[in-house]
Write a protein that binds this ligand. Structure first.
Ligand code: CMC
Length: 373
């Protein structure tokens, strides 16, 4: 093999072509099929973004209404799936339950063994709808309770949030939740999307690719960070507590969850700015003193990390307090990330299957040679 540069963690390596999304760091823009993700979050709905990602273009008003109707109509899951989830050990992590559920779901799809992009789209829309129902009910079913089934008289985000909390959300809460779904919907080639594309590149099916993506997303360096952020904020208690905690962690050379990013590293993740605004709007509209305290704490943490490490928050840092204010159980933060990201993942599996080349890189061998057995 000729001289090929080795980049640990594939940092900066171009691993695939895509027309789905691109992180334009210099212009601080997340491009999703030509649109700025933040414009989409401010002006459109998550269902619009599902249409953009899966079908390739933003739907008009009628198209959005039809897609929303389709998603809500497909949101029920086979009753046997709840039985499977009930049989799992009680203490099993919510992301591991979700991984099992997504894998099992393929069993009810006749087309599960296909690598046909059109089939991926059709199955993908069903999984986007069903993943919300599964995620919302992970804790309820683990605790031996009946799932709260989808209510198709509600909008997609309202139904999702209602299934999670079991209470009527306000319009402001639904809008804030919808913005987090858009923020999480797609982000170029993070570990989980890469994992999904690597799996799809063997012509394995959508369900296998999505199951691998859940496993990847669980890790605290990736999707698991949003739950770790909330644990940290709760442990800290207030602004001074957070500053002390961060300084103590840094002194022990520990990582502060919700900061840093392989691609943005020394810049603010645009999604963090978006969700910071979402949090501020939500707490102002509700006149919520606990939410206001969380916002002040997050600002203090941001200031300390900027001055001490030159590091900026990523979206998980602000998604966590938004979910807390919405009354969402912490164990569901990362599963919600997956449910939202399913839209982007489906788009990537479609694209991989449509223009496939098997992923099969090489290694820099550092082991011994010439040993005799
Ligand atoms: N806290 C403290 N130091 C950090 C952090 C952090 N969160 N992130 C990076 N650094 C330091 C790191 O110690 C290293 O310093 P030095 O050069 O002195 O050894 C330098 O920054 C470069 O770090 P790296 O680990 O080489 O960077 P990476 O690109 O491999 O890691 C990351 C990226 C996201 C894994 C990392 O920033 C991190 O661990 N962050 C905390 C976890 C987190 O919030 N993850 C969510 C990522 S965004 C949403 C998502 O994709 O799910």
């Amino acid at each position: 093999m000729g001289a090929v540069e080795y980049r640990p963690g594939l940092e900066g390596v171009i691993a695939t072509e895509t027309s789905i999304s691109y992180l334009d760091v210099d212009h601080e823009e997340i491009v999703v099929r030509g649109y700025n993700l933040l414009d989409l979050a401010r002006q459109r709905t998550y269902v619009d973004v599902v249409g953009l990602l899966v079908h390739g273009s933003l739907p008009d008003e009628r198209g959005r209404a039809e897609l929303e109707r389709q998603l809500l109509a497909a949101a029920n899951v086979p009753a046997e799936l709840w039985q499977i989830l009930r049989l799992l050990p009680r203490q099993m992590d919510a992301m591991d339950r979700l991984r099992t559920a997504i894998s099992a779901l393929g069993g009810w799809d006749q087309a599960a063994n296909s690598a046909d992009p059109e089939q991926d789209r059709a199955s993908g829309l069903r999984v986007i709808a069903q993943s919300a129902t599964i995620v919302a009910n992970l804790i309820r079913v683990a605790e031996g309770n009946e799932p709260l089934l989808p209510d198709d008289r509600r909008s997609y985000p309202e139904n999702f949030l209602w299934m999670i909390t079991g209470r009527e959300p306000s319009a402001a809460e639904v809008r804030a939740f919808d913005q987090t779904l858009i923020a999480y919907s797609e982000h170029e080639l993070p570990n989980s999307t890469f994992a999904a594309r690597v799996i799809a590149s063997t012509l394995a099916d959508l369900y296998g690719a999505l199951t691998g993506a859940v496993a990847s997303l669980k890790g605290p360096l990736h999707g698991g960070a949003n739950e770790a952020v909330m644990e940290m904020l709760l442990e800290a208690g207030d602004e001074e507590g957070l500053e002390r905690l961060i300084r103590a962690k840094l002194a022990r050379k520990e990582r502060i969850m919700g900061f840093g990013h392989r691609v943005y590293m020394r810049r603010m993740d645009p999604r963090a700015q978006l969700l910071k605004e979402t949090l501020a709007q939500l707490v102002t509209e509700r006149g919520d003193p606990e939410g206001e305290k969380l916002l002040r704490m997050c600002q203090r943490g941001e200031d300390v990390m900027r001055s001490e490490k030159g590091l900026f928050p990523n979206l998980d840092y602000y998604a966590a307090p938004v979910y807390w204010v919405l009354g969402i159980p912490i164990d569901l933060y990362t599963p919600i990330f997956f449910a939202a990201r399913t839209a982007g993942l489906v788009a990537h599996v479609v694209e991989q299957h449509a223009h496939n080349r098997l992923f099969r890189p090489r290694v820099l061998y550092t082991g011994p040679r010439g040993l005799k057995p």
